[in-house]
Design a protein around this ligand. Structure first.
Ligand SMILES: *[C@@H]1O[C@H](CO)[C@@H](O)[C@H](O)[C@H]1NC(C)=O
Ligand SMILES: *[C@@H]1O[C@H](CO)[C@@H](O)[C@H](O)[C@H]1NC(C)=O
Ligand SMILES: *[C@@H]1O[C@H](CO)[C@@H](O)[C@H](O)[C@H]1NC(C)=O
Length: 388
């Protein structure tokens, strides 16, 4: 009798968890709705069966609540492991996001040295990167989003990207993903006016994208202060700078101070904006959780011998770069150390793409920034799912 009940429960779990796991891999909004629907039904069934079968409650608790269900759990939990990553493991997926590698990188030749960041004619090596086939990556099911999935995700969002030329290259990669070729070519010139802000509106999906020229961290703090003062809260905020400071100020200590000030601005912006409800405007799935989602755009790996001026080669040494990196980690700006910003690790991505991917040792091939965009998308998906 008890054996039959157990079999029935096992069957119910397979029927429910397998589609849930699959839904977790494909993340359009319909599928996420399906995912939450399945979860609801699971819980409803669980609640109704619990009085009849005491060990069911311990099963649901171990598979839905415990953070590591892999060891010393009842045999039934293997169902949820083989069908994908459980709800609580999604958060740990963040740590696998940068397990990306490049292959077949060929020499980049087709552009004028020194003009790289200004005219935007980086040759794009395109689809020559992918996530590594490690166990974590496979279980987390990361994916490169196509134009339509990206549109679903960002529908109705306001995105602000602030920083130096690295941030501008991220904007280019983002727009390349969202726009067709003709429109991209048409705006390329505007986007690359030196040291200026840029706004793109993609009417079809109600996306507004602002690039704010912010060469120093203090400029980023100022921006956050303005947003807070005006009561305007972007859905996604990407900021990052450091190269200008390293070249023109060359003081890790002062850099650390400005990072501390940025952290305070960000925490204060977050605490106010998350207290507000939705304002009833068009909302995509990014908007279902408190915003802004904040990302820190890390500095690239600098290849000293390739830097294009003597001053850069002297001031932007490996030692200096490491000192700046240390300040970043000590500032507690990043979520790794409890801060508000999730790191988009351009340093690691650019290092993996390697010296073939850059002409000036500082600005990299478009595929590096494209990979960063996909890391960001997958992080947004993880954060949205966490909230279901
Ligand atoms: C950049 O590319 C555009 C279009 O492909 C071209 O018209 C322009 O001359 C290029 N600029 C440089 C500096 O090569
Ligand atoms: C964006 O969202 C609106 C409202 O939810 C919806 O009507 C529209 O079809 C969506 N557009 C895209 C491209 O997904
Ligand atoms: C950035 O900050 C520096 C130092 O505070 C300031 O001199 C400069 O005008 C600012 N630039 C922009 C674009 O806000």
């Amino acid at each position: 009798m008890v054996g039959a009940v157990q079999f029935g429960v096992l069957a119910a779990c397979v029927v429910l968890f397998v589609p849930m796991g699959l839904a977790g891999y494909h993340l359009s909004r319909n599928k996420m709705l399906f995912f939450s629907g399945a979860l609801f039904i699971t819980l409803a069934v669980g609640v109704h069966l619990t009085p009849y079968f005491p060990s069911i409650s311990s099963f649901f608790i171990s598979s839905l609540v415990s953070s590591s269900s892999s060891s010393s759990s009842p045999p039934l939990t293997t169902t949820s492991i083989t069908s994908g990553v459980g709800l609580d493991d999604r958060k740990s997926c963040i740590s696998f996001l940068h397990e990306i590698s490049w292959d077949n990188v060929k020499e980049i030749r087709d552009f004028d040295e020194g003009l790289v960041a200004e005219n935007g004619n980086l040759s794009n090596l395109g689809e020559n990167w992918d996530w590594e086939k490690s166990r974590g990556v496979i279980e987390c099911g990361f994916q490169k989003l196509g134009r339509s999935d990206a549109s679903d995700l960002l529908n109705g969002s306001w995105i602000v990207v602030a920083g130096d030329s690295q941030a501008r290259l991220v904007v280019v990669s983002l727009l390349e993903l969202m726009l067709n070729r003709e429109r991209m070519e048409a705006i390329r010139g505007d986007l690359f006016k030196r040291h200026s802000n840029y706004r793109a509106v993609i009417e079809e999906i109600g996306v507004r994208l602002d690039f704010v020229w912010a060469p120093y961290v203090l400029n980023c703090s100022d921006l956050l202060g303005e947003l807070k003062r005006d009561g305007r809260y972007p859905d996604v905020l990407v900021v990052g700078s450091g190269l200008w400071h390293m070249l023109h100020v060359t003081s890790p200590f002062e850099y650390g101070l400005s990072l501390g000030s940025l952290r305070r601005s960000a925490v204060s912006l977050l605490s106010i904006s998350s207290g507000l409800g939705n304002d009833g405007s068009v909302r995509g799935s990014v908007n279902s959780v408190p915003s802004p989602h904040m990302f820190w755009l890390g500095m690239p790996t600098l290849i000293n011998s390739m830097l294009n001026t003597e001053e850069k080669r002297k001031k932007m040494s490996v030692v200096m770069q490491n000192a700046y990196e240390r300040e970043l980690h000590e500032s507690k700006l990043l979520s790794l150390s409890g801060g508000p910003f999730l790191l988009l690790d351009i340093r690691s991505l650019s290092r993996k793409c390697g010296s073939q991917c850059t002409i000036d040792g500082m600005h990299y091939d478009g595929s590096v920034y494209q990979a960063a965009i996909h890391v960001m998308f997958n992080a947004l998906l993880i954060e949205s799912q966490q909230q279901l």
